[in-house]
Design a protein around this ligand. Sequence first.
Ligand code: ADP
Ligand code: ZN
Length: 758
Amino acid sequence: MVFLAIAVPVPLRKTFHYTHTEPVAIGARVLVSFANRELVGIVVECQSDSAVLEAAEQINLAKLKAITSVLDAQGIFSEQWLGLLTWASSYYQHPIGEVLQTALPSALRKSISSAPKPQQVIQLNDTLQALNVRGNDVTQTVDFIALKRAPKQYALACYVAGHTQGDQQSVNVVGINKAQLRQEFGTPAINALVKKDIFVETSHVPTTGSWFTQTGAAHFQAIAGLSANVEQSIAITGINSQLGQFGCFLLEGITGSGKTEVYLQVINQVLQRGQQVLILVPEIGLTPQTVSRFAARFGISVGVLHSGLSDNERLAVWQQARLNQIGLVIGTRSAVFTPLPELGMIIIDEEHDDSFKQQDGLRYHARDVAIMLAQRQKIPIILGTATPVLETLQRAISGKFQHFVLAKRAGDAAIAPVNLIDICQQPLTYGLAPTTIEVMQSHLAQGNQVLLFINRRGFAPAVVCQQCGHVEDCRACDKPMTYHKAQARLVCHQCLAQAPAPHRCSACGATELMTQGVGTEQLEQGLAELFPQYSTIRIDSDSMRGKQTLANTIEQINQREHQILLGTQILAKGHHFAHVTCVVIMDVDGALFSADFRAPEKLSQLITQISGRAGRADKPGETFLQTTQPGHPLLQDLVNNGYGHFARFALHEREQAQLPPYSFQAVFRAEDENPQRAIQVLQYAKQLLSNMSNISTVGPVPCLIEKKQARYRYMLIIQSPYRDLRQKVLATIVDDCNEYANKLRVRWSIDVDNIDFN
Ligand code: ADP
Ligand code: ZN
């Protein structure tokens, strides 16, 4: 008999003990009955010596239940990965069962087998295949010639012959996946050839060999890269000299400076060693172009993981990765939990991007988890960006991270300088100042493209009654609803509640309603009026549904089918537009007055990222920022000295104020229909923390999103100059707080290393 410690997906911060008749692999899934339900848990400990357990855990072994069944013969998480997940559980103060659940592909959260499924495979019959493998032209055999009367079958047979050729050493002649053939040639043709004994159909369990042996070490040869410039060479040599050991590298390079080329060249070295590489990219950055750029260079298949996959697609990639059958995995945030047994390097592209932070459940930051993973695996990790977050920059400056700078664009294209346009007391047409319209006109007249950034979707951010001044609010959030003209609806951008567009004021009944402010939809209309001779394309989450649409649109833009590009955040990420020479940024003044101390940093990143979309060697670009605050010191610094200078100055200010990264924060949030109850929970937490040295608290105060879906939201900010101390203190109070909040039935959460106060 053995005793198992099992992580069960319940919101309790501990593992649970069960028994079984024989040892179970660590990391294997088991089915257990828990509070009258059958749940899938993961074995984190297997102990045969009851005395050890009794002493350590003080549990009554006689009362333990047996597990229902074992689902995996082998652990699906290695001990190393379990170690990482256990760390994440304690660092983010989140129940271990839920952490493991987050890391598991959803298909495996059910009690299905994790063994790779056998695939139906089609191959030529033995005689033909023997000829084929030896390099003979089987299409000249009588069997093939006889097939010519059935063109579809002939084409199919030729296809299979062509794809299963090779020398005898090749381990790859296992036939072709039937499902794949079925899509192209249809079932009848396949069945006909099986019946004629030209094909044999077998069931094949995907090989267990690694991607490297399958590709063949001798065969793996990357396409030669570009010849690196001096800055790139320094980074490449620096990173290559430290393979096989932990090292964190900040690659600070302006847009278009060739960061991706650096990644490609160092990845090549890691793949040559037969190791795997994990690349994390922002949600919007994961386009087919990104993937094909990596796949094309190395000629190997790339595992892609993002939120748009079906459960089975995700599982297939996860399995291949876990069995070392793919060398390269590119994914968004949650891909950081993919078990990669031969991991040799991690790359975080656009490390400043907020999509790496999960904002519910396990509130982890994929960058920080990845750094911990690299440290545990003793491998290098590269953080690449044009605009490092201050936390990262500070570690680079202080020498904790190694720092490489790419200050020049490859090919010497200039970065677009930023100009401020003062819009005070200017007549605005659809939000555009006369000067703005003029510069747009002149760029367009020269045959170039103009990019307009505005961060508001919809037609207008508010509908106001002209009689009484009443604003149509979302009742659940107390925030103005956005008018979407095309759908004739009001939408709350906070909780996504919808209502038909009103004809009368809901307060006084008057019919004179007007809109206030400008969103993408209205600006699109306005641009058609102002620039009727040019085509405008709107790019926001309303107009771009599905990844393919965005990819197509970008292709159209590069083909110059549109001259004016109008869009939101989507435009700020990753894509480079060679024909854009003028970038206009509208309406970002709000960030200058935000209560969030990170707002200036985020604004500077946004402006820098957007202006980086424009310009190339023979066509330098320029950026125009419309503002009512042209004298604001932040804007002046950014415009005159660039992000790097701004960021170093901002770090100095953070140090003066003892804000992160010079201190460590966590936020407790509580939300309830009754604000008093939310406050009460936070007061309780605050009182537990009072009188602790080197721990300070702010609050309870309303969150920056004060109300959402009818619940009032409050926060308590906890800060300490010491990370370890903060962790220790959080761990001592979290159970108490949890119990207290549960008693009051108030929703609450802990956000360790929060990146906002929303
Ligand atoms: P980043 O990732 O920093 O935005 P990319 O790696 O995408 O930059 O490079 C921008 C452009 O410059 C690409 O078209 C790339 O092919 C080109 N490029 C990068 N490095 C070099 C180089 N060493 N020589 C010539 N062209 C380069
Ligand atoms: Zn709402």
